[in-house]
Design a protein around this ligand. Structure first.
Ligand SMILES: [Zn+2]
Ligand SMILES: [Zn+2]
Length: 98
């Protein structure tokens, strides 16, 4: 699978969907709560579609029920960018939010 084709598709669809111009940076979404298909794809890829939660130096191996989590919450000025997003399984995601 060619990585380019892999990424371009959701990315272009998303642009069209939002009506963004070609000059709008891909990772800036009009609504920061909406994670674009492109970003979603990029996060999944970077984190190998696996929960990133670490416990005692071991990474969680969960690959199902994954959510995208903002490391720095939007309410605290966090942004919807690749750097601020991480993959968490549902269990660990709830752990962080409650
Ligand atoms: Zn979260
Ligand atoms: Zn986990």
């Amino acid at each position: 699978m060619a990585p380019e084709n892999d990424l371009r598709h959701p990315y272009e669809n998303h642009r069209q969907f939002l009506g963004l111009s070609k000059h709008t940076p891909a990772r800036v979404s009009k609504n920061p709560r909406v994670i674009s298909a492109y970003l979603n794809h990029a996060v999944q890829k970077r984190d190998q579609a696996q929960c990133t939660h670490q416990q005692e130096g071991k990474r969680c191996t969960e690959r199902r029920w994954l959510d995208i989590h903002h490391k720095k919450p939007l309410s605290q000025g966090g942004q919807t960018t690749l750097e601020n997003l991480t993959l968490l399984c549902r269990g660990h995601h709830q752990l962080l939010h409650h």
